[in-house]
Design a protein around this ligand. Structure first.
Ligand SMILES: [Zn+2]
Length: 280
């Protein structure tokens, strides 16, 4: 776990396990001879990833961005994605003296299983129920719609068990576009990976931090064309990057990608050969 103070805000980077995805799919049109230098693959061509939920303390309120990687679907799912949850979100919350009931707001950047996995859990009776029972789950209206109406290209990423119990409990808070959730905490649409994806911007006492969601999944993905084949709208990803990267670089934002196996925070730097993300 990493702790960071951003003005009045206290920011914690938790880790919900490790998993692996196909390296080719993670880097889209970038040739393997290039990406394998920055992200060496295993024998099944998969590269190591994590999911790093961000927990923010805002006065007396707790905001959790991302709920982690799902392992409810069982053994086959665990094997395919090499999911290892020996470090996990619940243990990290416990280490901070928190329980799921302490969380006031959950932000779902998007509803893919590797980001929204612990939206729900299986209770003692075997029913799947929302984990954060006292929280509102903030999601873009577009994302919720698309998750409830998946197509052949997106269906494997949206697991109904992470979404429907939250919907039935009336815990989703749908937003459209940019929205301030609490002083210093706002969501910002970052379309491309999905149309309804959002990031989170924290701002306090002149310091700024952006949680990028899958617009920028790992440090290795900083160059503009390093776009995942998983993205539903890759050209939109490029346009969103071109709109925000210069702002984040020039204004000195701390940048937090969700999936990097090693680093939680960096700064974008524009050099002669394009953008790189330098660890902080
Ligand atoms: Zn992801």
């Amino acid at each position: 776990m990493q702790r960071y103070r951003l003005g009045n805000l206290e920011v914690f980077f938790l880790q919900d396990g490790a998993f692996r995805l196909d390296g080719g799919a993670m880097f889209g049109v970038v040739p393997k001879v290039l990406w394998s230098k920055v992200a060496p693959p295993d024998e099944a061509n998969r590269i190591p990833l994590t999911l790093r939920p961000m927990l923010v303390r805002v006065g007396e309120k707790w905001v959790l961005v991302e709920t982690g990687v799902d392992d409810k679907p069982g053994e086959k799912h665990r094997r395919i994605y090499a999911i290892d949850r020996s470090t996990n979100l619940l243990a990290a919350l416990k280490a901070l003296g928190l329980t799921p009931e302490d969380i006031d707001l959950v932000v779902n950047t998007h509803l893919h299983f590797d980001h929204a996995g612990l939206n729900t859990v299986r209770d003692e009776a075997g029913r799947i129920v929302p984990l954060f029972r006292r929280a509102r789950y903030v999601v873009q209206r577009q994302e919720l719609y698309d998750a409830l109406h998946p197509h052949e290209r997106s269906r494997a990423s949206y697991l109904p068990e992470n979404i429907e119990p939250v919907l039935e409990a009336g815990l989703f808070e749908e937003v459209e576009g940019e929205a301030e959730l609490l002083p210093g905490v706002r969501v910002v649409p970052l379309p491309g990976h999905t149309l309804g994806q959002q990031g989170v911007v924290l701002e306090s006492e002149g310091q700024r931090l952006v949680y990028t969601a899958d617009l920028l999944p790992t440090f290795a993905h900083a160059p503009l064309p390093y776009i995942m084949a998983y993205d539903l709208y890759p050209v939109t990803t490029l346009e969103t990057r071109k709109r925000f990267y210069p702002v984040w670089a020039e204004e000195g934002y701390l940048v937090a990608p969700p999936h990097d196996p090693t680093y939680a925070l960096g700064r974008l730097v524009l050099g002669e050969r394009g953008y790189t993300l330098v660890p902080v």
